[in-house]
Design a binder for this molecule. Sequence first.
Ligand SMILES: [Zn+2]
Length: 88
Amino acid sequence: MTIVVKDGPPKSARLLWRVVVGTAGLDPSRPSRPLSWHLASCANPVSPEAHCEEGRRMITTMADPDGHCLVNGECPRCAQQATQELQS
Ligand SMILES: [Zn+2]
């Protein structure tokens, strides 16, 4: 008897991430450096133009777009969140 275990297709494409450690305007009174999360394919982590509307808003409010980077003019992170909301 043979048992074959197969992984099903992934529900959504895994996104590759990279973390960017802020170096500009380091404030010594702050306990930690600001970290921001971008997609590995983010065109320009320091440019708001390389991020979707949500990403730009998050950059403004907390200096972290949380992966909302534009890839070929689209934001895979928004698409992923939309998919997750559909499933829940
Ligand atoms: Zn987005």
